[in-house]
Design a protein around this ligand. Structure first.
Ligand code: FES
Length: 103
């Protein structure tokens, strides 16, 4: 069963911004990119840097450490540094509150 848990009100996240939260012990990064909300693991698959605050353009976030870009829709990385996708999480908004499903 998919278990959604509240994160924070969606009104608190502006476009092209991200915020890290811990949900059920998982480090999750919630991003708003081109108006859409996404939830991914807050840990780069290259050398485990936190992705919070990484530059968001279109539906991509760039790792602040070495700049690998990840597609927020499916977690897939660009370039040569890593081929491992970011885990992504289901996200929904209920009564203005962002909720994330962490397995
Ligand atoms: S740790 Fe993210 S690109 Fe190297």
């Amino acid at each position: 069963m998919t278990d959604f848990q509240a994160a924070f009100p969606e009104a608190e996240l502006s476009d092209n911004d991200s915020r890290a939260v811990t949900i059920s012990g998982s480090k999750v990064l919630i991003c708003r990119a081109a108006g859409e909300l996404y939830a991914v693991e807050n840990r780069c698959t290259h050398q485990e840097a936190e992705l919070e605050g990484g530059r968001i353009r279109g539906c991509f976030i760039s790792c602040p450490l070495h700049g690998v870009r990840f597609d927020l829709r499916d977690g897939l990385p660009m370039g040569q540094l890593t081929r491992e996708p970011l885990p992504t999480y289901e996200l929904r908004v209920v009564d203005g509150m962002i909720e994330v499903a962490v397995a």
